[in-house]
Design a protein around this ligand. Structure first.
Ligand SMILES: NC(=O)c1ccc[n+]([C@@H]2O[C@H](COP(=O)([O-])OP(=O)(O)OC[C@H]3O[C@@H](n4cnc5c(N)ncnc54)[C@H](OP(=O)(O)O)[C@@H]3O)[C@@H](O)[C@H]2O)c1
Length: 208
């Protein structure tokens, strides 16, 4: 949700201090963020995170939300996370993990387990994020719950040059009218294209 009123969404209109809720993720060309068994091995050969917009993006994040499968992937892959980020938990920002189960925490990490209404949790995240952005890290169904509640402002999608055939969906909703509004496209080598979208709000009218 935009805390500062932004009437015309464009890269220049979005000042670095405007608080936005962003769905930032990578996907296969055919719209999957992971294989059916939560595998991400297909993603890493496509490009290094440091060569993408990720470092600049993360610097502007004040609070993170993710679903249980995403969190469990990080629990299972602490060695890789440690190698990449220098810590078994890569975020200094408070992180809200949506789950119906009791999951283990991580020493030294500010992780808050929650369930149910994304709207109520988002309100708490906004208070903590201050003038920074909220990162909806996925998966797709949880991102769609944020969207359903009118809480997603932008999507930054890195499209990998691979297809998976099956897997965990990028965004299991039908969004046609108005469509998302493409703000920018950036090529990252031959393996990734980064697309930045503004998501229209309820009541916005599609361009005629
Ligand atoms: N390609 C990328 O850049 C990228 C980015 C992020 C994630 N991923 C991967 O993509 C996969 C995503 O998995 P996923 O689609 O299963 O999504 P997910 O959002 O990570 O996890 C889904 C689970 O979150 C819990 N959940 C969702 N909404 C909830 C709510 N409102 N209240 C309470 N719990 C809720 C439920 O878990 P329980 O009911 O079982 O507790 C649900 O089964 C993961 O493997 C992740 O590692 C990839």
């Amino acid at each position: 949700m935009i805390k500062v009123a932004v009437t015309a969404l464009s890269p220049t209109a979005l000042s670095p201090t405007a608080l936005t809720t962003q769905y930032y993720t990578a996907t296969s060309l055919d719209g999957f963020v992971a294989t059916e068994d939560d595998g991400l091995d297909w993603l890493f050969p496509l490009g290094a995170a440091k060569d993408t917009g990720y470092p600049a993006f993360l610097a502007q994040v004040g609070a993170v939300a993710m679903g249980a499968s995403t969190y469990e992937w990080m629990l299972r892959n602490t060695d890789m996370v440690l190698e990449e980020s220098g810590s078994v938990w890569p975020f200094t920002q408070p992180t809200w993990v949506f789950t119906h189960r009791e999951l283990p925490g991580i020493d030294g990490a500010d992780i808050r387990f929650v369930q149910g209404s994304v709207k109520e949790v988002h309100g708490r995240m906004m208070e903590v994020a201050g003038e920074k952005n909220i990162w909806m890290a996925g998966g797709g169904e949880l991102a769609a719950q944020f969207h359903d509640a009118g809480l997603l402002d932008e999507a930054i999608i890195q499209i990998g040059s691979v297809t998976l055939g099956r897997g965990k969906p990028l965004f299991p909703r039908r969004v046609t009218n108005p469509p998302w509004r493409l703000l920018s496209v950036r090529q990252i080598g031959s393996g990734l294209a980064e697309l930045h979208y503004a998501l229209p709000r309820a009541g916005d009218v599609a361009p005629g």
